[in-house]
Structures are given as C-alpha cells and as structure tokens.
Design a protein around this ligand. Sequence first.
Ligand code: KG4
Ligand code: ZN
Length: 343
Amino acid sequence: MSLILGLESSCDDSAAALVTSDRHILAQAVVGQTQAHQPYGGVVPEIAARAHVEILPDLITRVLDEARLSIRDVDAVAATAGPGLIGGVMVALLAGKGLALAAGKPLVAVNHLEGHALSPRLVDPDLGFPYLLLLVSGGHCQLLEVRGVGDYRRLATTIDDAAGEAFDKAAKLLGLGYPGGPAIEELAQSGDPTAVALPRPLVGSAEPHFSFAGLKSAVQRAVVSGDFRPEDIAASFQQAVVDCLVDRTAIALDKTDAPALVVAGGVAANGAIRTALADLAARRGRRFSVPPGWLCTDNAAMIAWAGAERFAAGLTDALDAPARARWPLDPAAEKVRGAGVKA
Ligand code: KG4
Ligand code: ZN
C-alpha cells in the first residue's frame, strides 16, 4: 500500500488530497475561485495563478493535519504538470517539487487529463482496462480508448469548442453566472427541452468528432430574438448537447471492443448527460461507469489517484519535469481539420 499527496492548480480550483493505492481518500480539500472570476464571465489566468499561490499551501497543511500525517509519511508527491493555464500549472508543480525535494520523496508529474481519465477507477475497483472514455471538461471534449496507465488512443476530439466551454458560453448569453454548466442545468429543470429548435452539429457524421460553435450561435440568436423563455433555451441547449454527446459516443462505441463506457471531466457532473450515456451503454451491452459529481469537476483526489497508478507502474519524474500548457494524452493522434488550439 502506498500513500500519495496530490496537488492541483491547472485552472481555477486549488486542491490537495491524500489518497492511498487501495482507494482510501484520507483527506481532501478544494477551493474554487468562482467569486474572483465572476465579474469577467470566465477564468482570468493571471488572477487564477496569483490565487493559487495564496491558497494552495494552506490546503496542503490542512489535508496533512486532517489525516494526522506529515509529509514524511507519504510515498510520493503527485502534482498536475499540465495541460492548463501555465501560470496556475506552475504553482502546484513547483509546490510538489519543493515538498519532494525537502522530504526526499519521488515526484509524479501528472497529466490533468489522465487525472480525469483514471478518476473512475478510484471509486470503481472493478473497472479494468480497456474502456471507452468520453472526456468532457471546460477545455476538452474527446473520446479516448483507455488501454492502460499512460496508454491512450484518441478516437475523436472537438473541431471548435469543448463541451464545458459551450455550457459556459451559453450561460453567459443567458446572463447566468460562471461556471455555466451547473447554472444551465438548474435553469433547464423548469424548461421545455423541445421549445427551441437548435442544431446538433456533426450528428450523423461517420467520424465521432464534436462541434459546438454553431450551437452557441443558435443560442445567441434565440436569446436575441426575445421569443423564448430563458429556461426553455437552457433546457433546449442542454438537450442538444446531450444528443450530440450520445450520437458521437455511439459512433465511437462501434470503433472499439472495450467492454465499458466511462464519462469523466466537469461536464460529467451533469445529471441529464449521465443518464443519457448510461442508457446508451445499456442499449449497447457495455458496462457504464461515471465518478460522483465531486470527482468529475477539478479536484486533487484524482491527481493523487493518477499519481498512485503511475507510482505503482514505476513511473516517477525527475525534478526538472516541465510545466506544459498543452499535453495531449495521445501524442500520435492526427490533427483534425478545423481543430484550432485544442489539443
Ligand atoms: O473538469 P473541470 O472542472 O475543469 C476543466 O478541467 O476544464 O470542468 C469544468 C467545466 C466547466 O465548463 C463547467 O461549466 C462544466 O465543467 N460543468 C458542467 C457542470 N458542472 C461543471 N457542465 C454541465 N453541467 C454541470 N452540472
Ligand atoms: Zn479538469
């Protein structure tokens, strides 16, 4: 059994957690920065980085105190090393390096996306490799065949916006706060998902890629028209995203023999999306696994867990490990036409 300290600061959540290789979360703490970024309707990288510097050390002390442990008791320090907002990424990575150096512990430089990708295995011990992963977060929308630790084959990605980005943009158009996903989900509950005719970009196409930019523009037109209630726009938008995710994931299931379908990342906290994908998996005779909501949005338990999986596989990193703004899980994946900056 090994004990891993995990650190996360790649976007707007500062987090620390202590997790064991036999799946016990001894302590964890997450502090978001919603208030600091709210006036801007999105995350301001400079503000996020400065906030991590102030918040993260206290979270490290807090989880160690809560578990009544010292840094000397851990077997390795796992820190997110990318991808993400580079100023933020550097905070947890350098904090992790400092602790590893001072306590003489190995460092595990964790890919944040691998944190999301392996997170279901922290709470679902029976979930073995391979599985098809729908990774839906603020910065990414991908379908990946997860073959093992550090072993990913990307089947699809978005050609424009990520799913979470679409939620955040739609929420902004509706005058809801940031982050948009939870706000849209709540408003959608009192709306009619058939009220507004919205497009389902790429639905029916042969490759399982995603596109959400056209959907955002259609939401904008619906808002500007003044013809619809906000709750109906929210519900119709959410239904359009659900339909896109289900159609694209169904195509990807045809391209893999993986016995399980997994959904992870912040957008996987959405109830309608969870239900629709569970139904799809059931129809296709695949096992379904989704982490609880708190493990879908950014946290350090998933970083500690990915660290535990990598540590068990002998994958530790030297103290000169780089901080990376971009870091694809499948570096061999071909660039998709129209895919701009998103890895
Ligand atoms: O994984 P995450 O916490 O951070 C990134 O790595 O990006 O994902 C954040 C994204 C945001 O775009 C947020 O709006 C979205 O996840 N999100 C949701 C929900 N909760 C968070 N989207 C839809 N429904 C939700 N309940
Ligand atoms: Zn994330």
